[in-house]
Design a protein around this ligand. Sequence first.
Ligand code: ADP
Ligand code: MG
Ligand code: MG
Length: 245
Amino acid sequence: MLEVKNLHASINDKEILKGINLDIKPGEVHAIMGPNGSGKSTLSAVIAGKEDYEVTEGSVILNGEDLEDSAPEERAHKGVFLSFQYPVEIPGVTVTNFIKTAINEGRKAKGLEELPAKDMLKLIREKADLLEIDRKFLSRSLNEGFSGGEKKRNEIFQMAMLEPKLAILDETDSGLDIDALKIVANGVNKLKSKDNAVVVITHYQRLLDYIVPDFVHVLYNGKIVKSGGKELALELEAKGYDWLK
Ligand code: ADP
Ligand code: MG
Ligand code: MG
């Protein structure tokens, strides 16, 4: 599904990613761990096609297609979902209206008609029920006054609605209390299937108690320095990262 080959990327002429290789198949859950500043968020941003980064070498291939020339929106339409893609507060735009627009834009990009209102409503209710999201939440203004847990709930709801092939969840360091972790984990566990893949980026082993990864990769100083199974996360918790430097 996703192949990352010898990926090098820079920002402001500073090389951050120094040759990343990853091979992610449908149905797999990969965790990327590593100390602060190792390049985890950069890797997710580069896969999503954010334009602040310059890819200087290597490639990102989704289902056999090199994404080099695809803009972030095109990648999203091809099935790449990056959490925190829409962290902005939009007063007056509800959680529901925002996702309706995103869904219909995606359909338009594929040459499809807008989803009829009735079907949209049905889909929204189905996904909200699956994730045990209160209907009232759906009519809140996007991100306005959201708690950490509510931001996560919104993200997971967006992911459920967009049904990505590849979901990348960059669990940045802030705002992830245990409730928020559980919202993310329950959502991911409900949404994963044999046809999609999930990449969870975290520097907390804790999250991986709830989302059990098939593979764990350690990113350090722009390189994957070790890969293993879920037991590697426990080893990192016990020993820290220093032994890998
Ligand atoms: P992580 O997510 O693992 O904490 P990041 O990908 O956020 O790491 O950052 C990796 C490195 O890139 C850090 O040294 C950081 O300072 C640097 N970096 C990230 N964004 C920028 C930027 N916009 N300008 C300059 N350096 C940056
Ligand atoms: Mg960081
Ligand atoms: Mg980060």
